[in-house]
Design a protein around this ligand. Structure first.
Ligand code: BG6
Length: 471
């Protein structure tokens, strides 16, 4: 629908930006931090850095937050590294790690920036992984204990909590993300048992949050894409619905309604991958009620009916944004209407409006976009980064959010990925996302200086005008 006059963005809209601990902080073993699966499992692809130093935000957070304030951020979405708080996942609490996030949160609050805290962003403590990771119910208990520490420590300062970042991508692409861990080697059945345990952990954390912090708000943070059928052939539409159920609705229904989506369950049962559900699990799942849905959006996916043979599978390897296909379920299709970025990810701003509308329609929970952005090989020339492609990307996505607001969708924030350059999950630091350039290369740390990109000045104006002026 077109509008003669758009509704304004809400006046307290969270114009924000995002990062995650292991991708931005560095200080991988500083001040008693334990090792995570990222520290021990991830084999950096040839030619790309590891996560040991990253953007060195651990040591430069004050300078970074000052820049975020200059940018005008109303909210900053970051994650807490479980291994800084409880180095082995379920043992002693590490006071230095706790102090670091107090200092970061205090710095944000002092500058009027709302902290939005992700409790777990891919970096499971390695010690828990060695004991079975998410395959073990003990990890559920460990997560709930960790959640309690976070709520008790930071609850008086933090209102907005996100449970688990992109649980769906850890399940579907754990190999690429470095999160699969030991248990992931034993096949899909084990992976979907891990998934079930993560759902239990999430539900218990949401219930605990409401019990301890009645004013707080908590929600899940999956990666959600609208799925398009390649054509109007009914079989393509069925394939799109099926993949939507397995990729998106499985995670959203569990979080929002506390039960398995029937079509997703039928998929698991058909393959013999349905998890064991212990006595009491269904009650636990039903007890976790989110206050909002956060989701990460990079693109849409287009699929066609499976041909029932290996040609359904794409050979491009694993990546959280590229459709792979699955025999008997769907095959990936190219959307001829969409351009791609330098890494083959399709760019679909209108798909963000579609996704917002669908989520609002189905769940009627307030929505916040906690990631959206374009990875690019930015270049520093004469002290400047002219990332007009990033400005164009954001402009076109914000236009669509504005339309969704006019459509009646309750969306209360937008946190692009990323506030500052950081390390990509599996493609090094040359794949840059930030509004702020970090002067380092894959293996040469240079001076790690912070340099404002052109997109910084542009987003600053957008925020100052509450999304009205996107020029
Ligand atoms: C999301 C993750 O999947 O996409 C982030 O939550 C990640 O951690 C982002 O960095 C971009 O992906 P990538 O692989 O380019 O870093």
């Amino acid at each position: 629908m077109d509008y003669a006059q758009l509704k304004p963005f809400p006046k307290d809209f969270f114009w924000g930006a995002s990062t995650s601990a292991y991708q931005v902080e560095g200080g991988w073993d500083a001040d008693g931090k334990g090792l995570s699966v990222i520290d021990v499992n991830t084999k950096a692809p040839p030619g790309t850095t590891d996560f040991k130093v990253a953007a060195d935000h651990y040591h430069r957070y004050a300078e970074d937050v000052a820049l975020f304030a200059e940018l005008g951020l109303k909210a900053y979405r970051f994650s807490i590294a479980w291994t800084r708080i409880i180095p082995d996942g379920d043992g002693e609490v590490n006071p230095a790690g706790v102090a670091f996030y107090h200092a970061l949160i205090d710095e944000l609050l002092a500058r009027g920036i709302e902290p939005i805290v992700t409790m777990y962003h891919f970096d499971l403590p390695a010690a828990l992984d060695a004991k079975g990771g998410w395959g073990s119910r003990e990890t559920v208990d460990a997560f709930v204990r960790y959640a309690r520490v976070l709520f008790e420590e930071y609850g008086p300062k933090v209102t907005y909590w996100l449970t688990i970042n992109e649980q769906n991508m850890m399940i579907l692409h754990g190999d690429a993300l470095g999160t699969t861990g030991k248990a992931g080697e034993s096949g899909k059945r084990a992976v979907y048992q891990q998934n079930h345990h993560m759902f239990l952990a999430q539900a218990r954390a949401m219930a605990l949050c409401h019990e301890l912090l009645p004013e707080a708000k908590i929600g899940p943070a999956p990666n959600i894409v609208s799925v398009y059928p390649e054509s109007c052939a009914p079989a393509d539409v069925i394939a799109a619905d099926d993949w939507d159920a397995v990729r998106n609705l499985l995670y959203l229904d569990l979080a929002a309604h506390g039960h398995y989506h029937p079509l997703a369950w039928a998929y698991l049962a058909e393959r013999g991958w349905e998890p064991e559900i212990a006595d009491g699990d269904l009650d636990v799942l039903a007890s976790g009620k989110p206050d909002f849905i956060a989701f990460n959006y990079y693109s849409t996916q287009t699929v066609a009916a499976s041909r029932g043979d290996a040609s359904d599978l794409q050979v491009r390897g694993s990546d959280q944004q590229i459709v792979r296909g699955e025999i008997g379920l769907y095959r990936g299709a190219k959307n001829p209407y969409l351009p791609t970025n330098a890494f083959g990810w399709e760019i679909d701003p209108v798909g963000l409006r579609t996704t917002l509308r669908r989520l609002w329609d189905r769940y009627r929970l307030p929505l916040i976009i906690t990631e959206n952005g374009i990875g690019a090989f930015d270049t520093l020339e004469d002290g400047a980064v002219h990332d007009d492609y990033r400005i164009d990307y954001y402009r076109r996505h914000i236009e669509q959010i504005h339309l969704a607001v006019s459509d009646g969708v309750d969306v209360f924030g937008y946190c692009p990925w990323a506030a500052i350059d950081l390390i990509s999950t599996h493609q090094g630091c040359s794949k840059r996302y930030g509004f702020i350039y970090v002067n380092r290369e894959e293996f040469d740390l240079l001076d790690l200086a912070r340099i404002k990109k052109d997109s910084f000045g542009w987003y600053q104006k957008v925020i100052a005008g509450n999304g009205v002026d996107l020029a």
